[in-house]
Write a protein that binds this ligand. Structure first.
Ligand SMILES: [Zn+2]
Ligand SMILES: [Zn+2]
Length: 355
């Protein structure tokens, strides 16, 4: 009698070990997924930059750029805004997680929550199956219950456990305690392994999840480089932006000179000026700019002469760098007005906040 019971115990123990081996990768995956979402949420709660929409984040980025006063950063932002946004978010997430064992805290809390769901699933499945005197295939029934209970927690497909469902286990209470022991071992193993985890351990990075909140249309105005403010990717209708920028930011110059254009697109569409992008292109009047075809024909640019103080400050402050970058000058019609040069960084930033 004692020998039979001993054999039974061995098979129950190996069943529990087998099942925990199946749970392990699913649990590890769930821990990282949960942690990544949790970190993204935490960033939104902790930092005003990430609390609002993309327009709000853009203001924060413009503020950051002005504070740093690094022309190379501006250049990156102006040429590849989407990439700059993503890198900005990534940098902020990394510095938030750096030091203080924050990553470890997120890890512990995710593992605790998920582990805290598995143990009760064992008890509940055991409780349900124990009372089913009518069924012989108790293990199969137990696995059905167990997988159903965990469906929301980890990805443990019932079909992958077919190999062990015919085990003859009569002592279902013992199964429960064998599972509890195996799960504790599993938890300790994961704790130890994940202590060395860093951001490279995630299959989906927290900053990627956070960046998705700020996706939308990234189409740039062909004239000035301002980014369409529509929050939908591939949206219907025209691209639009509230504020266009001095065209010097993309190196636009007046014909027949090396003088940069400091005017904004929304002023020019109300002027008698004409434009072309290449030497072999026809001239198009700004008033009927859509005649030039795509990409400008897909933009709605309404006449509006208001220009943000921020770009007036930027052009004045980085005049030399812009001239060197495009090998052109702020002269003639591109002369920077006296009034622009008097705008302080603080005034430019205060106006951004008001808008
Ligand atoms: Zn524009
Ligand atoms: Zn758009």
């Amino acid at each position: 009698m004692s020998q039979i019971s001993c054999q039974g115990a061995t098979s129950i123990t190996s069943f529990a070990v087998f099942l925990c081996d199946k749970i392990e990768p699913a649990l590890r995956k769930a821990v990282f997924e949960r942690m990544a979402k949790h970190i993204a949420e935490d960033m939104k709660n902790q930092f005003p930059d990430f609390r609002g929409n993309r327009a709000n984040l853009e203001v924060c980025i413009l503020r950051y750029l002005a504070e740093q006063e690094n022309f190379d950063d501006f250049k990156k932002y102006l040429t590849s805004p989407k990439q700059f946004f993503e890198e900005y978010i990534e940098r902020r997430v990394k510095s938030h997680l750096d030091g203080n064992g924050r990553l470890k805290e997120f890890l512990d809390s995710s593992l605790n929550v998920l582990y805290g769901n598995i143990l009760p699933a064992v008890s509940l499945s055991t409780k349900i199956v124990k009372d089913r005197k009518d069924r012989e295939d108790k293990i199969s029934l137990w696995l059905d219950e167990f997988c159903r209970e965990l469906a929301e927690v980890i990805n443990l497909p019932r079909s992958e456990l077919k190999g062990i469902e015919h085990q003859e286990v009569t002592d279902i209470e013992f199964l429960s305690s064998a599972m509890a022991k195996s799960l504790t071992d599993l938890r300790n193993r994961l704790m130890k392994e994940l202590a060395d985890a860093d951001l490279s351990s995630f299959s989906r990075q927290p900053h990627t999840i956070l960046a998705e909140h700020f996706s939308g249309c990234w189409e740039k105005c062909r004239f000035c480089g301002a980014v369409c403010s529509n929050t939908m990717q591939n949206h219907d209708g025209d691209h639009q932006v509230v504020f266009h920028r001095p065209q010097a930011l993309t190196g636009f110059k007046w014909h027949g000179t090396d003088h940069l254009v400091i005017d904004i697109c929304s002023s020019l569409v109300a002027s008698d000026c004409t434009f072309r992008f290449h030497d072999d292109q026809q001239w198009t009047p700004y008033r009927t700019y859509r005649d030039a075809g795509p990409p400008v024909s897909t933009w709605r640019i309404l006449p509006d002469s208001s220009m943000q103080a921020y770009w007036k400050w930027f052009v004045s402050h980085f005049r030399t760098q812009l001239e060197d970058l495009y090998n052109k000058k702020f002269q003639g019609k591109g002369e920077i007005p006296e009034a622009w040069q008097r705008i302080t960084k603080q005034e430019a930033l205060s106006e951004l906040d008001r808008l």
